[in-house]
Design a binder for this molecule. Structure first.
Ligand code: AAT
Length: 282
């Protein structure tokens, strides 16, 4: 018998992939955790039936959530990752010898434990000596911080379930407080394409731009996320992600990346007209 995994992208659209093997399922105190091996995308990690990452296309997400801010300010030393329990963002951050401290706040300890068991591809650098793990709600964690971080990466689930508070005004205000005077906030910013996520992405932009003098979005192409067209937010107190990009400085680091390059960095901030309009209306 054939086994297929289906995610509902909208009430009228479904995305289905053929499963080679069911690996693991568990209901944690926060969410349902699943790991599956698929023919096309390798190992798939899902929370509450929504794909968080797949082995084949996670490089796109993690390259772009990390290397874009790191190239915009080469002096980033202290980083906070909120969510991201699979370890993919941390893995990319550890490649910079200039980064001195990486704190990761993941609400669900079981996500980290399961990814250590079933996803070494992303979790392998969680034991780097610069990394400190906290199993707490990121919303609460950030509320007591003041001018501590050069970069905050919000690598979160969608705003349904435990990730909901990571998309609120109060949370973005606290991120602003927690960042140094030249700090950068990058966040998972939903998709502009289908109405269900487009409304979330507009609302998110509206909330972030209230607090940050520079608030932009940039795009990535992820085959396994709804519509394949996804956005990250880049909010900053000082650095403009395109004008302040020092191509030469980043390229001289000699980091090998499968998706990111400095030309794509600039190009990813060029948006389709319908997305520009949505952001203007937000
Ligand atoms: N690296 C890509 C994977 C993710 S997973 C996002 C993580 O955020 C999950 O492990 C979840 O447990 C954690 N999380 C959710 N809410 C909170 C919170 N309040 N505090 C800390 N961690 C939290 C991102 C996938 C994006 C999917 C887009 N469709």
């Amino acid at each position: 018998m054939e086994l297929w995994f289906t995610e509902e992208h909208t009430d009228n659209v479904r995305f289905t992939m053929k499963v080679d093997k069911h690996i693991f399922s568990e209901q944690s105190p926060f969410q349902r955790i699943d790991f599956l091996d698929t023919y096309e995308f390798g190992r798939v990690f899902a929370l509450d039936g929504i794909i968080m990452l797949t082995q084949r296309d996670e490089f796109i997400y993690h390259d772009m959530i990390v290397h874009v801010p790191m190239a915009a300010n080469p002096n980033i030393k202290k980083v906070l990752v909120i969510g991201g329990g699979d370890g993919g963002s941390v893995r990319e951050l550890t490649r910079y010898s200039t980064v001195e401290s990486i704190e990761m706040v993941e609400i669900d300890r079981r996500v980290v434990e399961c990814c250590r068991d079933f996803l070494p591809q992303t979790s392998s650098k969680l034991d780097d000596p610069r990394v400190k793990l906290f199993y707490e709600d990121g919303i609460k964690f950030i509320s007591t911080k003041h001018k501590e971080y050069d970069l905050i990466i919000v690598d979160s689930t969608d705003p349904i379930g435990p990730g909901e508070g990571l998309f609120t005004e109060a949370f973005y205000k606290n991120c602003f407080e927690a960042l140094k005077d030249d700090g950068i906030l990058v966040n998972q910013h939903e998709s502009p394409y289908y109405e269900n996520t487009a409304s979330l992405m507009k609302r998110t932009h509206k909330r972030i731009k209230q607090f940050f003098p520079i608030a932009k979005v940039y795009q990535i192409h992820i085959p396994t996320y709804a519509s394949g067209h996804w956005l990250f937010g880049f909010a900053s107190k000082k650095y403009d992600p395109v004008k302040d990009l020092d191509d030469k400085a980043w390229n001289s680091l000699g980091l090998e990346t499968k998706y990111y390059n400095t030309e794509l960095h600039k190009a990813s901030f060029a948006l389709p007209n319908y997305v520009i309009k949505m952001l203007e209306e937000a």
